[in-house]
Design a protein around this ligand. Sequence first.
Ligand code: HEC
Length: 128
Amino acid sequence: MFTLALGCADFERGPVAADAGASPTDGGGEGDGGGAVSFASDVHPLLTTGCQSCHRGGGAAGNTSFLLTGEADADYAATVSLTDTSNPSASRLLRKASGAGHGGGAIYGADTPEYQALLAWISGGAQP
Ligand code: HEC
């Protein structure tokens, strides 16, 4: 009895690195149903991707009031308090995300699709 390990499976290391960080999702924020930007499907993924590495218990921003859990319901509550629907672009969420006085620097600059998706969400009333 012996185990045969096939040697051919190891070819995956080639020219793969190129598309690593290029473009998260094309198509911008308001993809699916009819215009409204939803927290759970449009905004939350941007926050877990761009913010949660620091904004979690034990992270670099673990001592701030903005902590993400990965659960959309809980994270909605933490996030909506950082929005100002009467003056969306002045929202603390956007100011920090774009690097204005933010310990984490500019994550989503004002000219990025991610920033525009966050802005559209707040402008639309910061719905869940
Ligand atoms: C590299 C680590 C890092 C990342 C990534 C990061 N932050 Fe931060 N953030 C910090 C640190 C450190 C602070 C505390 C200092 C300060 O207030 O800027 C902070 C503070 C904040 C605050 C203030 C919270 C409070 O209690 O007043 C907000 C809001 C915020 N960040 C939003 C974001 C958003 C939105 C993202 C993702 C788009 C993000 N941060 C990504 C490090 C990070």
